[in-house]
Design a protein around this ligand. Structure first.
Ligand code: GLU
Length: 468
């Protein structure tokens, strides 16, 4: 039998930014669809008018774009699909699977209170179920839920999950103000968009039997489900702001690469042997729901830092330079020479865990005037280095080309002529060029800075020593 093309979806509610947990769910759906050559659909569940905002919708779309979780269809907005929901409701009423209920909210409240007093579950007592009532002002539409039997499904992560239908209410499908309820809208959308695989957080497990009953009442194929466990912080409590930033875009602003964030998100609940670092391509190839564990994933920012450092090392200098530009701009460096940025990135790649660190590390390349760190100044810009620095400056001036190879050859000659070891000149020179005692390799730096800037900075250091 030919397998249906897999169609997954990500349906966030735009009530706030896209957080780590939401993005993880989006990622799993995206990975599955990309791996299987399926489709991934984005839907914005904005029926809660009070809490949904355009700002949140934009933040979600920006986050998805930044993460590179591209969608094949959508975004669909639930608030614009009421006609579709009403068609589904009418279909259920017409087939006798749903009914108009005229019970007033006050009556219902009384009945619920009475049930509670008698220690019974406060569910709808079915007063209007078989009355064949028509619509009326203030009435609602309810699903005729089976009163006996079981509703069962095979969860890809959790195994068989069973609910007793007796526990389930005659669910409201359309409220008295004419608006569809959450469950009805979700099922109507998932059917009309052809969704056949639903991966979502396990806080939705209790919704699933209710939604399955709507599928059955409509005589539609029930999708496959995978409910993924929640996410914890390193202290094993539910992930929250206490553990660090929750918003995906905050990680962008802290200088993480999208692929590193995806890598870490994927590892929240999913594993592949003991591999920790994955490229985007590897994630697509290796992801499987079979390897999503039943226990909660732990989000650890230290691990993310390590993963980010790896992704930085694996990225091309050109790509990183593009990513680095906004961070350099933030430090006040604009109108940048891209060739210089690419060269600077090459020197900083092995030593930066985030783009923020990289931009800070790169600032000495772009500053007009570098400041000498106090300790570096005291230790290396001393009178006894003066001679050597002056000699070096004079000889460097005669060098036509400042590429690394030439500089290496030049220094070999310079050291032997002067009977010194590299470190005797390298440290004063490093401080002269960077203001610091720690930096990328001295030849690399000189190559990036270029002859004019190198000579200018040595001159400034000499003048500075002379003033001491
Ligand atoms: N809109 C729901 C949420 O943000 C998702 C519903 C679903 O996946 O079925 O939690």
């Amino acid at each position: 039998m030919m397998q249906d093309k897999i169609i997954t979806r990500f349906p966030p509610s735009p009530t706030g930014y896209l957080h780590i947990g939401g993005a993880r769910t989006g990622l799993f759906n995206w990975l599955l669809s990309r791996q299987k050559g399926g489709k991934f659909i984005l839907r914005i569940e904005d029926t809660d008018k009070e809490r949904s905002t355009e700002k949140a919708t934009k933040a979600i779309l920006d986050s998805m774009e930044w993460l590179g979780l591209d969608w094949d269809e959508g975004p669909y907005f639930q608030s614009r699909r009421y006609d579709i929901y009403n068609e589904f409701i009418e279909r259920l009423i017409f087939s006798g699977q749903a009914y108009h209920c005229h019970c007033s909210p006050e009556d219902l409240e009384k009945k619920r209170n009475a049930a509670r007093t008698n220690n019974l579950k406060p569910k709808y007592d079915g007063t209007c179920r078989d009355l064949g009532l028509g619509p009326a002002p203030g009435s609602v539409v309810r699903l005729k839920t089976p009163q006996t039997g079981l509703t069962q499904f095979e969860d890809k992560v959790k195994g068989t999950i069973t609910f007793d239908n007796q526990e389930l209410d005659d669910l409201v499908l359309r409220r008295s103000d004419g608006s569809p309820t959450y469950h009805l809208a979700v099922v109507a959308d998932d059917i009309s968009l052809g969704i056949n695989y639903i991966i979502r957080g396990d806080d939705h497990v209790n919704n699933t039997p209710r939604q399955i009953l709507i599928y059955r009442a409509l005589n539609e194929a029930v999708p496959r489900y995978a409910h993924v466990p929640m996410i914890l912080g390193p202290d094993k409590t539910r992930l929250s702001k206490r553990h660090g930033a929750m918003s995906v875009l905050a990680y962008r602003d802290m200088g993480y690469l999208p692929d590193a964030v995806l890598n870490s998100l994927a590892r929240l609940g999913w594993s592949y042997g003991d591999q920790e670092r994955f490229t985007r391509k590897e994630l697509i190839e290796r992801f499987s729901l079979e390897n999503v564990g039943k226990s909660a994933g732990v989000f650890d920012v230290d691990k993310l830092l390590d993963v980010n450092a790896w992704h930085i090392r694996e990225s091309s200098n050109e790509f990183l330079s593009g990513e680095l530009i906004p961070f350099l701009n933030r430090l006040g460096f604009t109108d940048l020479d891209m060739i210089k940025v690419v060269k600077a990135v090459a020197t900083l790649k092995p030593r930066s865990r985030t783009l923020v660190e990289m931009a800070e590390g790169a600032s000495f390349f772009f500053k007009e005037n570098i400041a000498f760190e106090k300790e570096a100044d005291e230790r290396y810009l001393k009178y006894d280095s003066l001679d050597l620095l002056e000699k070096l400056r004079e000889n460097l001036d005669k060098q036509p080309d400042f590429n690394q190879k030439n500089l290496e050859d030049f220094f070999t000659g310079f050291l032997s002529e002067n009977q010194i070891k590299l470190k005797e000149i390298a440290q004063p020179l490093r401080v002269a060029l960077t203001g610091k005692t720690v930096s990328p390799g001295i030849f690399e730096i000189m190559d990036v800075l270029g002859k004019n800037t190198v000579l200018e900075r040595i001159d400034k250091a000499i003048a500075h020593i002379n003033k001491k």
